[in-house]
Design a protein around this ligand. Structure first.
Ligand code: ACO
Length: 388
């Protein structure tokens, strides 16, 4: 009999990684030993990409080389742009992103066995192209032409430039860069685990990242940022926050962006995102998203505490993502795609780590269906398929 572990694999260690460490009881997140609290204000996303993919922070020459490679790999094959022009404008942005990332594999060279090269350069290509897809769909669905990426800009600046066709304000580009840094990796979260399971079958980087994107989509994971923004719009006014929480919990709904499987204290990324949301709200002529989010967090903590005095449900990374991205002008239904633009660094790093020391990931399940029995010919089956 297999050993039965917790449903949801809670507390189960299924592998190891050198990429990042989540210390849920103290609320610390480190990338290869560097604390996110130090990285968020000081490192660029490109430095983090280098750290995760090459194993160390880059010197100036290494950073310039990486930036050049990212810049040179941003453009999409024309048929993929055409494909986006031919899908309904109502298509969900994550569906488009997942499909076009999968489509990138069609344009990548294969060896005699039909396999793609899954190396660090393919990883960089995926990091480079993911924001191009998101920005292209953003424009195409608005009836505009996609803007060609610029090779001389950072990942964050270039993304904002491709959306609007204009150079972004430095505060906005910095905020998005920090957002990407904060989202870049998070150990064996659901989407990264899906990527590693896929890679463990020796599927290539395109297939493994497609699996990760599919797994990110749900609102218990990366979809929570979109759901959290929906909550902010439903609250509408800071004064309504507590009533909203009480009504949602009375309907047995969850407060999106609150709670985390690993963190038993506040998610360390939430603090940085909250500060960014506050700064952006001041910049944007006092948009109310930050104020609403702040009141909603307080109300959620208060009401959840009343229900369970020892509860450990705090804001997670998705909670303050909503006001940050909203103030950057990103539509709510694209938030999960923006998450992917940061997490692509971690996913590809994990896939390369998995492939470098691979063992097929194949767990077992206990069987709790009917006991073995004889086959029932179709003429002898009752309405439930059982023997008459
Ligand atoms: N709102 C209200 N109640 C909650 C919430 C929430 N956001 N989160 C957890 N709870 C409650 C559950 O109802 C449950 O209560 P019960 O014991 O009375 O049934 C208890 O807390 C434990 O919940 P679980 O789902 O078992 O805890 P788990 O560790 O699996 O949950 C999860 C983690 C899925 C993230 C959960 O907190 C949640 O659904 N949050 C909202 C969605 C969200 O924000 N997801 C993004 C997570 S971060 C990320 O993926 C990037």
């Amino acid at each position: 009999m297999p050993t039965v572990v917790d449903r949801g694999l809670e507390g189960v260690v299924v592998g190891s990684t050198k990429l990042s460490n989540v210390e849920g009881t103290v609320g610390r997140l480190t990338y290869r030993g560097f604390d996110i609290d130090d990285l968020a204000p000081s490192a660029t996303f490109e430095e983090i990409v280098h750290l995760l993919l090459y194993g160390h922070l880059p010197n100036r020459t290494e950073l310039e080389t990486l930036k050049r490679e990212l810049g040179s790999r941003r453009s999409l094959p024309e048929p993929l742009i055409s494909a986006m022009q031919n899908v309904p404008k109502t298509a969900w942005p994550m569906d488009v992103l997942r499909t076009i990332v999968s489509g990138l594999g069609l344009f990548s060279p294969v060896n005699a066995r039909g396999e793609h090269l899954s190396d660090v350069h393919t990883a960089i290509e995926l990091v480079a192209k993911t924001p191009t897809i998101v920005a292209a769909w953003d424009r195409i669905r608005r009836g505009l032409d996609a803007v060609e990426p610029r090779a001389d800009l950072s990942q964050a600046s270039n993304f904002l430039y491709m959306r609007s066709g204009k150079m972004p304000h430095a505060i906005e580009a910095d905020a998005l860069d920090t957002y990407f840094v904060l989202l870049a990796d998070h150990s064996y979260n659901a989407s990264t685990f899906a990527a590693r399971v896929t890679a463990s079958t020796r599927a290539d980087l395109y297939a493994s990242v497609t699996a990760a994107l599919a797994t990110l989509q749900g609102d218990l994971h990366g979809g929570a940022a979109t759901a959290s923004f929906r909550a902010l719009t439903e609250v509408g006014d800071p004064e309504n926050a507590e009533g909203y929480v009480r009504e949602a919990l009375a309907r047995n709904e969850r407060i999106m962006g609150m709670g985390h499987r690993e963190y038993k204290v506040r998610d360390p990324r939430a603090r940085h995102l909250e500060a960014m949301a506050k700064k952006l709200s001041e910049q944007e002529g006092n948009s109310r998203w930050y104020e609403i989010a702040s009141r909603l967090e307080d109300a959620s903590r208060k009401v959840l505490q009343e229900k369970k005095p020892d509860n450990t449900i705090y804001a997670n990374v998705d909670f303050y993502t909503a006001p940050v991205l909203a103030d950057l002008g990103i539509p709510g239904d694209e938030f999960t795609c923006l998450f992917a633009c940061g997490r692509i660094a971690g996913w590809t790093g994990h896939i390369l780590e998995q492939l470098a020391d691979n063992r097929l990931i194949r767990p077992q399940a206990t069987y709790d269906g009917p006991p073995p029995g004889p086959f029932v010919p179709i003429e002898k089956r009752d309405v439930n398929g059982a023997r008459n």
